[in-house]
Design a protein around this ligand. Sequence first.
Ligand code: F6R
Length: 617
Amino acid sequence: MCGIIGFAGNTEAVPILLDGLERLEYRGYDSAGVAVASPEGRLQVKKCKGRLGVLREALAAQKPLTGQVGIGHTRWATHGEPNDVNAHPHVSQSGKLAVVHNGIIENYLEIKQSLLHKGVVFASDTDTEVIVQLLEYYYKKSSNLMDAVYEVLNRIKGAYAMGILCSDFPEQLIAVRKDAPLLIGYGADGNYIASDVTALLAHTRTVTYMEDDEVAVVTADHVQILGRDGCFLEKEKHQIQWDVSAAEKGGYAHFMLKEIMEQPEAIRKTVSPRTIQPRLADGEIVFEELEDERDLMKGISRIYLVACGSAYHVGMIGKYALERLLGIPVEACLASEFRYSGPLLGESALVIVISQSGETLDSMAALREAKRRGSKVLSIVNVMGSSIARESDHVLYTWAGPEIAVATTKAYTTQTVLLLMLGVYLARRLDRIGNGEYQEIVRELHGLHERIGMVLKNLELYQKTVARYFNHDSVFYIGRNQDYALGMEGSLKLKEISYIHSESYAAGELKHGTISLIEPGTLVVALAAYEPLVEKMRSNIVEVRSRGAEVVAMTTEETRDMIGSQASEVFVIPKTHTLLQPVLGVVPLQLFAYYIALNRGCDIDKPRNLAKSVTVE
Ligand code: F6R
């Protein structure tokens, strides 16, 4: 979704802003713009509908925007169609103030009406323009910019991260946040604001995360952060571990393929610090993060796994696994539904929120609801210092590194492995798992990254196979138990990057209706890696084959013959402990979707209508 970058420094701002916006492109956007304050105090703005290239060309075709302080934005339209006028930055009527904004101002219509009555003329259809016009209104009244900023904050409702420029103070920019991420970066050539750390990695890895209701005044050599009451705050600086190359393509055609290929390393980094190597002694899963909470499960009689999209599919796998391991009810819930569905919260419920970005608004809202109603919240998050991480009682980080492609891959696999490890760890503490099975899982965890590497050696097979299928316009994924959950993810991957209609069904459910859609030539992706139900899956494959379906199957080495003999094509994955099998099983599905989208010429890293981090409800 929308991205913000801001710079106040000792060098020209425009190249820095454009570079930052380029690194934010992955979040998904439909227009982009920059505003720069000239040293003598003139705001210069350029904004265009379309890709960043359009903005670059427009800037190159005119007199350069000069100045060392500026703000930039990539917009993902919510209020008003994507066009030049609705793009950010938005400028006040006098041209003195410019604002970039992520989030939604809920009461913008009411404020707009009152400003219209006062004679303010609006240029755009956006909620954001209301902020800048209101700011000008208060600034004219008080002649004090900071007072005006606080007046605006008292008046607006909703979620926002903002960067503000004022021509009366051309050496500074102001940053504000509430319920939308914003951080400050400290660099050698100046200081930065950004909605996402990837925009800053080329310049600095020293950052401060802004909290809700904080206001920052940023100049080339100074950053002041103030609380809602206007008092100065001492804030901690953090060092980001990610490096620049992690957020670059490194020779791959797409970030998505690069991230698929990074999975062995991401799994190793997530698993190995949390497992003690089983050599002569017994192995062990260790969560240092939970050291202070040895009784995490005390009094807990149910678990909710709450997330959106792919992270919800991780939750579905977790439901099967954790329920079996812990012997208590475990429910996977869509975060967007959670708080409206009357969950049985309170002290006896543990809520596990799963999120790559740590900023997904629906997941955040579910977290707050859980805490408000007295439940403990543990989160599984990839982005350090993100809002969900900071508001949870406990955080387990996936060490996947920055994920740039909109379609998640390495975050999904690391979330899955971490959730499964948590389940096994808790089962051990509750004495609900036998030592034999526990030791086998710990051993298998150690070898998991190598097994993923084995699946990834077969890229050519996928490339070749997929060439036969890219013209289908509807694909069914079927599976049972954890393979059904895997099918949900495979189907979503295909839909989002190739735009092919696709559905995922529990294989046993087909016969209750959907089998009527199977006709000669229908493509069915049959997932048969869940050992206890492989034979039943074989029958389901025969069922759809006998109605003319073409079947691409996924199974393990052990059942290759049984399943392969029934399918036109079979992707074989190494065998591991049943519980961990989905971590390997998802890889062929990612590659299948990737090569289909490639064959169809789709914009794989930035699929239409999608955004990387969804910060609206
Ligand atoms: C799909 C995808 C999305 C995200 C979902 C949650 O490939 O990436 O479905 O999984 O938007 O995002 P996070 O994990 O950032 O909360």
